[in-house]
Design a protein around this ligand. Structure first.
Ligand code: CA
Ligand code: CA
Length: 299
């Protein structure tokens, strides 16, 4: 098994970055990840963290997948997500939905007991581990790991969990997959600008799909398929996600434009992934069973 260590991180997804590891299609790979504060916040008394020049949202990688060529799709099965011991949250004046309410930076470190985060003596929250940053290298300029886009990146989609399958576009030879920014728990919107930020390890199986048409980034999770689209505004991201799913339903199930639209209005769930990153992210979900009624099977 290939492991990419927590030392091999960067703050940008770019074709210019040399691979941290090379694998073949079908291989299982472990990505050890730092938290989004570069593992720098270790005391609530020092909410800015202890590192002089931390990498924001460090992503581990990139992984070069042999045989991946531009135009292919990289199928990433999330086999496991294991979290380290504690979760961190930070409030930052000027950042996130509530940034105007905070006078100073603060941080909390939440202990984990079993499968729960201890918020305080009254409240323990059930964890639902997810991946915040996961993406391939973009075709052109690199994209920093705070930003989501067509390559994936900082999508902060809380449906990217153990057991889900993410389909990412391949823009450059080898795909160059990177993963980071694990959250032990996060609500849709990520309104504060962080989830329960945790270091950890992600185990994936990667496969290269050729001649397959999917509106990437495309996710199968917990019985539903979903398009995930990011744009400057939520309105734009919502339009992109819904239209990508409609085109997919027409192609996958052989439905007309009108029928696909009706199906999405009946059974589609549009949801906000996050509203706090440089681009906003919306997902459009549809139960896979709807498509299976017409014989569709996921690649
Ligand atoms: Ca994030
Ligand atoms: Ca995060």
């Amino acid at each position: 098994m290939i492991t990419i260590t927590r030392e091999q991180v960067q703050g940008i997804l770019s074709k210019e970055i040399s691979p941290a590891a090379v694998c073949a299609g079908g291989d299982i790979v472990v990505f050890e990840t730092r938290d989004c504060y570069d593992d720098g916040i270790v005391s609530e008394d020092r909410p800015m963290g202890d590192k002089t020049d931390p990498i924001e949202n460090p992503a581990t990688g990139p992984l070069y997948v042999q045989g991946a060529e531009p135009g292919d799709i990289l199928k990433v099965e999330i086999l496991d997500i294991r979290l380290k011991a504690a979760g961190v949250m930070q409030t930052v004046p000027g950042a996130g939905v509530f940034g105007g309410d905070f006078a100073a930076c603060s941080a909390r470190i939440f202990p984990i007991e079993g499968d729960r985060a201890v918020f305080d003596a009254h409240l323990k929250l059930l964890l639902d581990p997810m991946i915040g940053v996961i993406g391939t290298a973009p075709a052109g300029e690199g994209v920093t790991t705070d930003t989501p886009d067509r390559h994936g990146g900082n999508m902060d989609c809380r449906k990217i969990v153990k057991g889900s399958v993410l389909y990412l576009p391949v823009f450059v030879k080898g795909a160059l997959l990177s993963i980071g920014d694990l959250h032990g728990l996060m609500g849709d919107g990520e309104v504060l600008i962080c989830g329960l930020e945790m270091a950890g390890e992600v185990t994936v199986r990667v496969q290269v799909l050729k001649g397959v048409c999917l509106p990437t980034p495309f996710l199968y999770s917990r019985g539903s398929v979903m398009t995930i689209q990011s744009a400057d505004t939520l309105d734009e991201a919502g339009d992109l996600a819904a239209k990508a799913m409609k085109a997919f339903v027409m192609q996958a199930a052989g439905r007309s434009d009108e029928e696909a639209g009706m199906l999405l209005s009946l059974m589609g769930q549009m949801a906000v992934c996050q509203v706090v990153d440089p681009k906003k992210t919306i997902r459009m979900e549809l139960p896979l069973s709807v498509l299976e009624a017409w014989g569709y099977r996921l690649p």
